[in-house]
Design a protein around this ligand. Sequence first.
Ligand SMILES: Cc1ncc(C[n+]2csc(CCOP(=O)(O)OP(=O)(O)O)c2C)c(N)n1
Ligand SMILES: [Mg+2]
Length: 585
Amino acid sequence: MSLPTQKMGPSEALVETLAANGVTHVFGIVGSAFMDALDIFPAAGIQFVPVAHEQGAIHMADGYARASGRHGVCIAQNGPGVTNFVTGVAAAYWAHSPVVFITPESGTLGMGLGGFQETEQLPIFSKITRYQGHVNNPKRMAEIAARCFDRAMLEMGPTQLNIPRDYFYGEIEAAIAKPMRIAHGPGDSAALDEAAALLAQARFPVMLAGGGVIMAGAANETIALAEALGAPVCTSYLHNDAFPASHPLWAGPLGYQGSKAAMKLIAQADVVLALGTRLGPFGTLPQHGMDYWPRNARIIQVDADPKMLGLVKPISVGIHGDARATAAALLERLRRRGPAGEADRAARAAQIKAEKQAWEAELDGWTHERDPFSVAVARDSAYMHPRQLLRELERAMPAGVMVSTDIGNICSVSNSYLRFEQPRSMFAAMSFGNCGYAFPVICGAKVAAPERPAIAYVGDGAWGISFNELLTCAREKIGVTVVVFNNGQWGAEKKNHVDFYSQRFQGVNLESPSWAGVARAFGCEGFTVDKLSDVGPALRAAIKAQADGRCTVLEMMVTQELGDPFRRDALAKPVRYLDKYKSYV
Ligand SMILES: Cc1ncc(C[n+]2csc(CCOP(=O)(O)OP(=O)(O)O)c2C)c(N)n1
Ligand SMILES: [Mg+2]
């Protein structure tokens, strides 16, 4: 049934479509290109959140989307404002965030003449968006805007709404579409039967819960399924919030700096149920010297994007389904078959407990890194060992906390110490891996969920990329807490110099001002912490300040020791052929 149309301006059609999709916040920097629409945001109940840099705006929209499950929205001036979005769009793409980024472009009558702030805005984003809507006629504003919102949800990723700036003006007849939300469903019933049969007969079933569990709201179904099977549940890389850490079947995260318990358990699996995960190549890399992926196991993979099935790892059964609907359908089938997962259930439970205890004990004893470089640099330092600091922060975490993590050595090591009870709690820079992600993302998450404590973990190098958004926190009263790991170096990259380049350090040592002082200069709170005993009280005080909309930077002084590197797989010892470079090995 077609909806009745009404006379309106294209700006009104756009803003009405935002409102119809429940948009309450739009992040961006003001620009003439979209002022006609911006003008009526307040009347539509939409708050414009002005930021310091458009990369901050897109990351905030990403954090908003990841925390809320609703669209994150941002907008920028055509040309330079829009190109500032690029990194954040790529990050949102790999984080599967339903972000709609609105890109006004130069006017149709000047396009191609090399006027002001002109660039072709569709090709730039073509490989990092799920859908690009281009308003090719003002009369289609509402239709194309609505499609961007629908597709962002359907395809779980960023969509671009590109609007020539002259198309905001005029008089059109338009209808505002109702949001169209298409369910993915549980998947093919023969595949579900096959999967249930494999699971029912498994000797050592293991579940791997991924981002799809979080996005689908499948927490309860995942727990029920794990309990029915008596299967340990590992979480996929950087989705530590896909299963509650206090549950007896929780095994911890796989991948870089993940849980040895999880790795040892999945290594024994004869059947793996990979629920809502694309099994990305980085997430199952060998770790702690363990190549744990069970190559001989039967793998059942469930993903809402069918193109991900069997893409990276060979699988036995692929199910194109929504994690929640599929988990429920599998549970139903297992119940019909009678008791499942009975073989060795008690032995499995005992083993899960034992592996977890062993890993906790190992983490407790693992107070510092033990490689020669780390031992040498930490010996004369009065600062905290990063691992001890991370354990201390873990102990002080408030209930219901949201934590974003950046890319860096200490942020990566934190993977072992970040445990959550509820989904939509961990917002790591996912596989795009850009330094500077965590801070703006937690700002967006806090705007979406102001009642939840919000913490960003950021290395001092990555902080240099992103601290400009302290301005936004101070101006807009966004009460988040930033833990800056001050080790005076781009540590993750320095680790490669240590392991592969005979400690020829280049561009990795950092001299910084007092980051606590910088925070205060920006109108935020700033404290330097160099003693373990001060960590808990400092974090608790900072969390308390969040209620008053105060942002606090806790500058943590840590030694220069470095944990395992990111990419042993991707580097090689240098080989030189020219005399000039012979010593560079
Ligand atoms: C935007 C961007 N630039 C460069 C890199 C390469 N890179 C990866 S980790 C890293 C070092 C991070 O240093 P810091 O934030 O201080 O954390 P640390 O490793 O010292 O804990 C760099 C430069 C990146 N991932 N992203
Ligand atoms: Mg650093």
